[in-house]
Design a protein around this ligand. Structure first.
Ligand SMILES: Nc1ncnc2c1ncn2[C@@H]1O[C@H](COP(=O)(O)OP(=O)(O)O)[C@@H](O)[C@H]1O
Ligand SMILES: [Mg+2]
Length: 297
């Protein structure tokens, strides 16, 4: 029986659907048989991201109510990668949630991994996915509201008796106003980090074209490697790798000043350094805050 992995966040728009598609593609490329489940009943969108919106004739709601549709409902994306659409009309509240759970659990006998893309919020959908999945990826962004929601998701995982989860920091960019790594770890209260992913313009482009899983950008595949490793081996990243990755993504480069309306002249030799944290100060600060966290346990 394959693992059933829930991708949760609380807040919408943080990258659950995007990461479901990319991670599924990365795992299937390694030879694992993977099923992607759209868990966003009533507001489905994974079909669009996968470019399969025209092929959805039946959905999971139909399949749990008619055993003959079990085969027809699953759409092949590419080698080893399959997709179970959600209903667009029926919400979690409208369907047999236990039936859906049994259905996906039965399907897990045919796959190495099932990734369930959760809806935003803490309603019936999240509750059902908490009961269905046995491992979780808590997706968040460097925004206080997303971080607070991620902390809540971790609390949910614990409340449901799950211990096998990692946090994924998505859409990081070099922005001085963003919380730093240790602020984020503190805010989320996460023990393990699964991946740190940068903001990538190309992701939006591929998503719009529905080609994300089909042509997983090589760079993104490399960035997802620690998450793939966690899924396959159960080992999360060690702390130094997390710090290195964070530093690489958020390093602010020296920029040549450009003439602006406010200051049309750039003086000779003027170079603006926009660096905000040095690695050293981050590490010292981080160590203290990690100690604080450990002291609290
Ligand atoms: N790492 C990233 N870099 C750039 N854009 C991203 C990234 N991750 C997600 N996005 C974009 O953010 C938006 C919301 O992502 P989505 O996966 O739909 O979030 P969710 O499923 O959590 O609501 C989409 O337009 C998506 O293309
Ligand atoms: Mg989504």
């Amino acid at each position: 029986m394959g693992d059933i992995i829930g991708l949760v966040s609380g807040k919408g728009g943080v990258g659950k659907t995007t990461i479901t598609a990319c991670l599924g593609a990365a795992l299937s490329k390694q030879g694992y048989r993977v099923l992607l489940c759209d868990g966003d009943f009533g507001l489905r969108d994974l079909d669009l991201v996968l470019g399969k919106n025209d092929e959805v004739c039946f959905d999971a709601y139909d399949a749990i109510n008619d055993a003959e549709l079990t085969e027809d409902v699953i759409i092949e994306i590419k080698d080893n990668l399959f997709f179970l659409p959600a209903s667009q009309q029926m919400r979690w509240e409208d369907m047999g949630r236990k039936k859906y759970r049994k259905f996906v659990q039965r399907l897990s006998e045919q796959y190495d991994y099932i990734l369930v893309d959760a809806p935003a919020g803490i309603g019936r959908g999240l509750e059902s996915i908490m009961k269905l999945a046995n491992r979780f990826l808590v997706i968040t962004q460097p925004l206080w509201v997303s971080l607070r929601n991620a902390a809540r998701m971790i609390q949910f995982c614990r409340d449901y008796g799950h211990r096998d989860y990692v946090v994924v920091f998505n859409s990081l960019h070099p922005a001085p106003s963003d919380p730093n790594l240790y602020d984020m770890l503190d805010a989320v209260g996460a023990e393990y980090v699964g991946a740190i992913l940068p903001y990538e313009e190309g992701i939006v482009e591929f998503t719009q074209e529905g080609r994300l899983a089909e042509v997983l950008p090589q760079k993104y595949e490399a960035l997802l490697k620690p998450l793939v490793d966690y899924i396959v081996t159960g080992d999360a990243w060690d702390e130094q790798d997390v710090v290195n990755q964070y530093d690489t993504i958020t390093a602010v480069k020296e920029v040549e000043p450009q003439p602006t309306l406010a200051s049309p002249q750039v003086g000779e030799g003027d170079v603006i350094y926009t660096s905000h944290w040095s690695t050293q100060s981050r590490l010292v600060e981080g160590k203290q805050s990690l100690w604080r966290r450990k002291g609290l346990k």
